[in-house]
Design a protein around this ligand. Structure first.
Ligand code: MF3
Ligand code: CO
Ligand code: CO
Length: 248
């Protein structure tokens, strides 16, 4: 069921999303080579709880941490642990925060030390995919225009668009309808309505779009060819005349 938020609900969304944004800024200032992914998760837990919010990934369908920390060939849902961050890594940190019953959700991919030109380009194009997707976005626009914009930009750069995971609506639940794929045909899908809040989250791979999930932990998603992937996400409010990026 697609939900349309009231003004009051949008105010709550803005607050949760502001906390998410600030947390990611805090992580960006503190993430270091030599840190473990678990230490990154501790930064996230500390910051979100200090804002009087809850890191709603923690316990979500049994997920054991406050963040997803996905390094290089890990696409998404990297469980924080003993992995040590190294020079040249690209590290996506995907977090959600819940306050007053509403969730915000965003992800940034951080560059550590001397990152290769090809990985830098992957991260840059992935961010650009998000901004291409919101160009002209407003109430009345067909949903799959979003995915089409992401797919066109990624594939024209020779990258793979991960299909196994999608963006989504968000609000009182972290994941609401509709699913927001990163591929699709222009002019198709439901028409967006003012007051919808959705997460647009390109997951782009340097090589193949194919991925697999770790059989032992049930979460970690890797690229099938072991090449790096990047992830960028914001929570976006659809308005009559455009969008408001709530996590920026
Ligand atoms: N934040 C992720 C998303 O963008 C969801 C993470 S699922 C969790 O949809 F289980 F890891 F929390
Ligand atoms: Co997310
Ligand atoms: Co999301």
């Amino acid at each position: 069921m697609v939900t349309v938020k009231s003004e009051k609900e949008i105010e709550y969304m803005r607050e949760s999303c502001r906390i998410v944004k600030e947390t990611l800024d805090f992580v960006g200032k503190n993430i270091r080579i030599g840190m473990t992914t678990k230490e990154v998760d501790e930064l996230v837990y500390k910051y979100i709880t200090s804002c009087g919010a809850y890191p709603s990934e923690l316990g979500y369908e049994g997920y054991p941490a406050s963040s997803c920390v996905s390094v290089n060939e890990v696409v998404v849902h990297g469980i924080p642990g003993d992995r040590i961050l190294s020079d040249g890594d690209i590290v996506s940190v995907d977090i959600t925060a819940e306050k007053n019953g509403f969730h915000g959700d965003a992800c940034r991919t951080f560059l550590l030390g001397n990152v290769s030109e090809e990985k830098k380009k992957l991260v840059k194009i992935t961010e650009e995919c998000f901004f291409k997707a919101i160009e002209g976005l407003q109430a009345g626009v067909p949903l799959y225009n979003i995915g089409n914009a992401v797919q066109t930009h990624a594939e024209s750069n020779g990258y793979g668009v991960v299909r196994a995971l999608t963006g989504h609506g968000i609000g009182r639940s972290m994941h609401e309808d509709p699913a927001v794929p990163n591929y699709g045909k222009r002019g198709t899908g439901m028409r967006l309505r003012a007051g919808m809040t959705i997460c647009i989250e390109p997951m782009i791979a340097m090589g193949t779009w194919k991925v697999y999930q770790d059989a032992s932990d049930g979460w970690t998603v890797y690229t099938a060819d072991g090449k790096p992937a990047a992830h960028y996400e914001n929570t976006v409010l659809i308005k009559e005349d455009g969008v408001e990026i709530l996590t920026l």
